[in-house]
Design a protein around this ligand. Structure first.
Ligand code: NAP
Length: 508
């Protein structure tokens, strides 16, 4: 067992022995132990356990060997007799542990395994079954050093059962690896070890995952700093769907680390906010023991989340949507930092009082921007493709609405793009308006932050406008969240650097 707390286990899924040897060496600097998935190897003679010598002779870390049956996720058909002999003898002579399925335990015991090196596992790739406690009891009845239960999560609340098992194993003094696979189960991979899981699995590189929902050793160690997490660590995160590629974990975790705070920020894929709050977040009803202190809320939950909170701040009430939850003194309080986050970058470069401002689009981001502009006493016109939808928003805030094509004849000095036109993966080379429409305006502001320099901003620069990027809003609103949760001033420049790096890394 490695002496680091919350050990990271790098899973090697190479198809040749030489590639696996190289990956084992590489894992030395990124993980605390290594699992070699023998069933991925295509040039290995499974009949001969001695062949493991060449594979493992220079192992820099403790090694688990496994060779899965196809019905438990294995990559090739190998007879059970050959697999089990390889694992049992391999662990006896060379590896630190072998992992074999509970369903083959009886057969394996005939080979006299070293029980101090045995991991007995149960995988369910279909669901997290309702009778998880019986699964645990059955598996724990099989003597071994470590027991493992990996099930598929379809909802983040399936993780509650996984954390319950970890609590139980801790009370009973057992070594248990428990995790929920799939995107909604990511929370168990991140927080499982601090709740007692014997280890957490990770891939060496993006694209070489051995199970759904797995992330890389590098992310676990440096982004989430899981070797430092404990039950006392204050937890924050982002709820929404999708959340995996959000830049927010990079920004907030960099800020926590820079200020030396025992806090972490994690992505939490949530479908049903009411169920998530009831079972996992609300201090009055949650079934999970964790130091949850705050949440960012993103699409599609910015409105629906309101019903699950105890108090909603007046700005968020007026906007009709929120992006931040603070959990304090047993109470869930909602805020919106979107409006102030959107306006701060603008007021740094121009006065908005009585300024004519055009907002392109009539969705959620437009709503927050319009609120912020009105607070600054700007004159606002919404330019929308769906004039009826635009009119509903305009009436709510008492502003004007016009069709998008009418921007060219407007006197707006500040033009704000609150549509997704120009976004990477959506319509990157496009702008919501022809370039000539921007001639003579003072400021062009694109709420899009990926790419950093949109076609709309490129056109505006050519027309002599001052430009503001959506990255400024992204960082401002995150900084305000950071302040609400921790009470400390956010290290804004560092957060920006982390967000830009994350967005660039997502392109790789
Ligand atoms: P949303 O609620 O879906 O609203 C999008 C708006 O754009 C809607 O009014 C929609 O019109 C309009 N639209 C979409 N496609 C269009 C097209 N082809 N032509 C004309 N109008 C079109 O989205 P949102 O949450 O407001 O987000 C809008 C943008 O802001 C996104 O790019 C998002 O990344 C960005 N954003 C940035 C930040 C930040 O921190 N920088 C924060 C939030 C959002 P209909 O009403 O007719 O559908």
């Amino acid at each position: 067992m490695p002496n680091k707390s919350n050990p990271i286990c790098a899973v090697i899924t190479k198809e040749t022995v030489e590639a696996a040897r190289a990956a084992i060496k590489q894992a030395a600097s990124e993980a605390d132990l290594i699992e070699v998935r023998l069933d991925y190897l295509k040039d290995f003679d499974f009949n001969e356990p001695k062949n493991l010598i060449h594979l493992l002779e220079d192992k820099p870390l403790p090694v688990i060997i496994t060779c899965r049956a196809v019905e438990e996720g294995g990559h090739q058909q190998i007879s059970d007799q050959i697999r089990l002999r390889l694992l049992v003898e391999g662990a006896r002579e060379l590896a630190d542990y072998c992992d074999l399925e509970a369903a083959h335990y009886e057969e394996a015991t005939k080979l006299a395994p070293d029980l101090s090196k045995l991991i007995v596992s149960y995988h369910n790739f279909v669901e997290t079954p309702a009778n998880l406690n019986s699964v645990y009891e059955n598996i724990c009845a099989l003597p071994a050093a470590v027991h493992k239960i990996a099930t598929r999560a379809d909802s983040v609340t399936d993780s509650v059962e996984t954390f319950r098992l970890l609590d139980r194993a801790k009370r009973e003094g057992r070594n248990l690896i428990a995790l929920a696979m799939n995107e909604p189960g990511l929370i168990t991979r991140l927080l499982g070890p601090s709740h007692g899981s014997f280890l957490t699995y990770a891939s060496l590189r993006r694209g070489s995952e051995s199970a759904p929902g797995q992330i890389t050793c590098e992310e676990l160690r440096h982004l989430y700093r899981i070797n430092h997490l404990s039950l006392d660590t204050a937890i924050t995160g982002i709820i929404g769907k999708p959340v995996r590629y959000s830049a927010s974990p990079a920004m907030h975790n960099a800020a926590f680390q820079a200020l030396g705070l025992d806090w972490v920020y994690i992505p939490i894929e949530v479908d049903n906010t009411a169920e998530f709050f009831r079972r996992m977040a609300s201090p009055a009803s949650r079934e999970m023991d964790w130091n949850l202190r705050g949440l960012s809320v993103t699409l599609p939950h910015k409105i629906s989340v309101i019903d699950s909170l105890d108090v909603v701040d007046i700005t968020a009430q007026k906007i009709g949507a929120l992006n931040t939850v603070v959990i304090e003194n047993g109470c869930l309080k909602g805020y919106s930092t979107d409006a102030q986050g959107a306006i701060e970058p603008l007021i740094k470069i121009c006065s908005l009082a009585d300024e004519s401002c055009a907002v392109l689009g009539a969705g959620g981001a437009a709503r927050a921007v319009i609120y912020g502009l009105i607070e600054q006493r700007a004159r606002v016109t919404i330019f929308a493709r769906d004039i009826e939808k635009g009119r509903r928003l305009a009436d709510e805030f008492g502003v004007e609405v016009l069709p998008l094509e009418r921007l060219k004849s407007s006197d707006a000095q500040v033009v704000i793009n609150a549509t997704p036109i120009g976004m990477r993966g959506h319509s990157e080379q496009k702008s919501p308006v022809p370039r000539a429409t921007l001639a003579g305006r003072k400021v062009a502001y694109d709420l899009i932050y990926n790419p950093l320099d949109t076609q709309f901003l490129k056109d505006a620069r050519m027309e002599g406008c001052q430009i503001v990027s959506g990255m400024d809003m992204l960082v401002e609103q995150a900084g305000l969240q950071f302040k609400l949760w921790t009470g400390q001033s956010p290290p804004i420049d560092l957060m920006r650097k982390a967000a830009v790096e994350k967005i660039e890394a997502n392109l790789l």
